[in-house]
Unconditional design. Structure first.
Length: 277
């Protein structure tokens, strides 16, 4: 006897219903790992660029200029500081440009990351103008302010600081009117005078006027500022133009005195005042 089998009732499920939407994966761990990976890559490439720059400097005397040495140059050429650069991202990266304009202390003795043009300008200054020392008074209280600002000159941030200088800084005299100039290393004197010129004497320097005789006398005593030595480098045709044709009593037109010469003239006048006291 044939038995008739009933067809089972089949329920068809749409494809979408196979997808389990009850539990969604959290993307945060993946994004976090991605961020960490990106940071590691950035640090790697940043470290690689720094290493290659330092390695290149060790093979080229032209590039063997520390940030510390370069900072002395910048005090006399403040328009080349990082703070005044149109794009600061890749320009003199070891130098500050917000609250301060000096070096990050921990990077003072690394080789400067600068363009060949800047390094050429530095070497010209180093050869012609750096040996030209100005003698100015350095009061104890002002020197304390200087060290708090330019921390790269603290002995703790200067491994090669002379022992006498390190001892002097630790035992600064209480007499705030005393003059530290004779006791300080030459580069510290230069840094102090540049710091003071830039931060405290800018208006006085800008407003200073000089006669043709004063400038001529200065150029005789400091011939490395003469027009032929700087005309091409500064790329300013007005630099000391016609100085020798002016009568002694004539006022020098401000545009013929570029900033680095104006600063030097100002410091020379202060030096003369100090020596005549």
């Amino acid at each position: 006897m044939d038995s008739e089998q009933e067809e089972p009732n089949l329920t068809y499920i749409d494809e979408e219903e196979f997808i389990n939407e009850g539990h969604q994966k959290n993307p945060l761990p993946f994004l976090l790992l991605l961020c960490i990976f990106g940071m590691v890559i950035a640090l790697f490439w940043g470290g690689r660029e720094w290493y290659m720059a330092q390695e290149s400097a060790t093979k080229s005397p032209f590039r063997q200029v520390t940030n510390r040495d370069f900072s002395l140059f910048l005090w006399q050429y403040p328009h080349l500081m990082r703070i005044h650069a149109p794009s600061k991202r890749d320009y003199l990266k070891s130098f500050q440009y917000q609250d301060k304009v000096n070096i990050f202390p921990g990077e003072a003795d690394q080789f400067v990351d600068a363009s060949p043009e800047l390094l050429f300008h530095y070497h010209t200054w180093d050869r012609l103008l750096k040996p030209d020392e100005m003698v100015r008074r350095i009061p104890v209280d002002e020197f304390r302010f200087f060290l708090n600002y330019a921390e790269e000159w603290k002995p703790t941030n200067w491994p090669e600081a002379p022992a006498k200088y390190a001892s002097l800084v630790v035992n600064l005299p209480q007499n705030t009117s005393g003059d530290l100039f004779p006791a300080l290393p030459l580069d510290v004197r230069r840094a102090f005078i540049g710091w003071k010129n830039y931060l405290y004497e800018g208006d006085q320097i800008a407003e200073s006027t000089f006669t043709a005789k004063e400038v001529k006398d200065f150029l005789k005593a400091h011939p490395t500022y003469q027009r032929p030595l700087w005309y091409n480098l500064v790329k300013d045709p007005s630099y000391l133009k016609g100085i020798n044709t002016l009568p002694d009593e004539a006022q020098i037109p401000p545009e013929t005195l570029l900033a680095f010469l104006r600063v030097a003239l100002y410091n020379a006048k202060k030096t003369e005042e100090r020596l005549n006291k």
